[in-house]
Design a protein around this ligand. Sequence first.
Ligand code: PLP
Length: 367
Amino acid sequence: MFEIYKIDTPDQIYSPGLVIFEEVLRENLAQMKEIAGDPQRLRPHCKTHKMIDIIRLEVDMGILKHKCATFAEAEMLALAGAQEVTLAYNPVGPNIDRAVQFRLRHPDIQFSVTADHPDPLKALDAAMGNAKTDIDVLLDINPGLDRTGLKPGDQAAEIYALINSLPNLRPVGFHVYDGHNHQTPLNERKAAVDDIWSTVRAFRDELKRDSFCVPKIIAGGTGTFPLYAQLDDPSIELSPGTCVFHDAGYSRIFPDLPFTPAALILTRVISRPSANCVTFDLGHKACAADPPAGQRLEFPSIPDAREVLQNEEHLVIETAKAANYRPGDSELAIPTHICPTSALHTHAWVIQRGRVSTKWEVTARHR
Ligand SMILES: Cc1ncc(COP(=O)(O)O)c(C=O)c1O
């Protein structure tokens, strides 16, 4: 554990700094590709890192289909050479015009968006028609996360028929994100995926019997894409995101997965306020605050670290080893949730064979 996270030159890194261990990152990407079996089956979500340099690595590996949640991410994907971009975020309001602008700017990219309601669909169709262009649309299915989408059934079939009937929209299948499937026992996670798949497949087959075209089903996140990958259906595309960096949260929840955290935070001791406490320059402006306080970080070399206070720029931990620390000492911490963490940084220091090799911009952190 400690060897892979060795940095010979920590003084080159301002803290709190996002650091990427490139060998670990490349291994995660290789594992993701191997699990998918074929890069054509992958459509990874770039929200985890938002970095053009990582998209370029993926494109070099033959991963040409990508998923995103914002137009800044979509533009980054286009710039990095993605051939297909799915904005897995139902466009509404002014984002409908941004979808038009994206289509006009990148006519050679196969661009799709998700939808689950007639009003934005009609507005999208009209806007595309006014601009004399068109767009691919995925029906957003709600597989139980209850965040967006419709359950397979009559209402969902009506929306699919509407997409099919509007002249400037093309129905291209389903988007099925099951981010609630966080079962640690693999057999329970597999049962949940099988359950979703049997409902979604039956719905797809019904639409096909009614002569609709349903060419793709984009499914899964880090915890479930290996299970969707085992299903033998040519329409399936896999959309993990977090596994590219991985994090402490998913390492705990999904011990069966072959991924290792690749993006950590380098932090420094700034004070020793009491006998058993150490204060680091690692507040919640540098690490995601969506895990509850006290559960936001793991220190690989301080296994007994207990987060007792985190403010905007400060983290106080309690440890039996507190007396060993002096102001200026550096440590590495693994975020529990890496995706919002990377978005808090403007760039990351890239570590290759223990040395800082370059800096990568967090390209799409602006919305
Ligand atoms: C729509 C969508 N697809 C894919 C993913 C990737 O999932 P994970 O982070 O579990 O890999 C996410 C993550 O939030 C998501 O919101």
